[in-house]
Design a binder for this molecule. Sequence first.
Ligand SMILES: Cc1cc2nc3c(=O)[nH]c(=O)nc-3n(C[C@H](O)[C@H](O)[C@H](O)COP(=O)(O)OP(=O)(O)OC[C@H]3O[C@@H](n4cnc5c(N)ncnc54)[C@H](O)[C@@H]3O)c2cc1C
Length: 308
Amino acid sequence: MLRDVIIIGSGCAGNTAAIYTARANLKPLVIAGHEPGGQLSLTTLVENFPGFPEGIDGPALVENIKKQAEHFGAEYLHGTVVEANLSKRPFRLKVDNEWHEARTLIIASGASARWLNLPNEQKLIGHGVSSCATCDGFFYRGKQIMVIGGGDTAMEEANFLTRFGEKVALVHRRDAFRASKIMLERVLNNPKIELLTNTVVDDVYDASQNLVTKVKLRNVKTGETWERSVDGFFVAIGHIPNTAPFVGQIELDPDGYVISKGGARTSVTGVFQAGDVQDRTYRQAITASGAGCMAAIEAERFLEAEGH
Ligand SMILES: Cc1cc2nc3c(=O)[nH]c(=O)nc-3n(C[C@H](O)[C@H](O)[C@H](O)COP(=O)(O)OP(=O)(O)OC[C@H]3O[C@@H](n4cnc5c(N)ncnc54)[C@H](O)[C@@H]3O)c2cc1C
């Protein structure tokens, strides 16, 4: 069946695009992907999405957006886009083993945070382990915070988190930093930040309490290990945009993020993007939702102009 719109991804961006395209009577199909609900499904309390004065659990928020889209006729398909042919219209997508066709596409496949793959890390995401200082810093007022990483993002997050934490320990596996000189200097001049170089984290605890309480650290030069009390554990080692099926099909930057050609447009006419898959700056639920709205309006106007 040839669709007017297929939306790739069921996070805030994809689900919001689904509300708008469904209300425009375009009967969108949303491919949910390996992580239905997207990154918000990993977290607990979200306090910065407008409209919820007491905050709302991440999974509930994204499920509500999905229900709102379904209410207007959006359809969801469990599956992952593994291959795409965007060289001519209609566009073709292989979802697991089946090909689907659409006049327009909205790529809202997000960018997954890189994790350290520690034995207990995944169990504690949303319970002290985070990849987003803007999102979760506020929960650690007066607490002990640890940031992992050696690039600009880690420096920025460590500096930002000193607004909340009593102390911020910045852990980096080498003694040289990828971060720019100016960002590193800000860290070095911040009295609330302690640098732990040549150090890696072996694990984070305590999954049995469902709460981060401490980490096990190891000096890579001496082999010495020790434990340290921590309340908030922020992993800032980058993101991986989920664009593998589109490599060679649309313009991506060297890290794999979709390049915007103005608003929600991409290098391929009729293919639009929304959310973290294009955004390496803001990475918030509200910006992803806003981008989903933009992509949906673009898709609708494109179809209208083409007489559909
Ligand atoms: C732990 C954590 C806490 C956070 N807390 C907050 C917060 O408090 N406030 C806030 O505003 N933001 C928060 N964020 C950030 C927020 O979750 C993201 O900015 C937002 O989810 C981005 O939405 P998105 O739709 O662009 O992408 P994502 O949420 O990443 O969704 C991407 C979707 O694409 C799908 N997908 C990927 N590849 C494919 C494929 N090949 N085929 C089909 N589907 C595919 C996935 O299954 C997923 O459904 C947090 C993030 C994390 C990780």
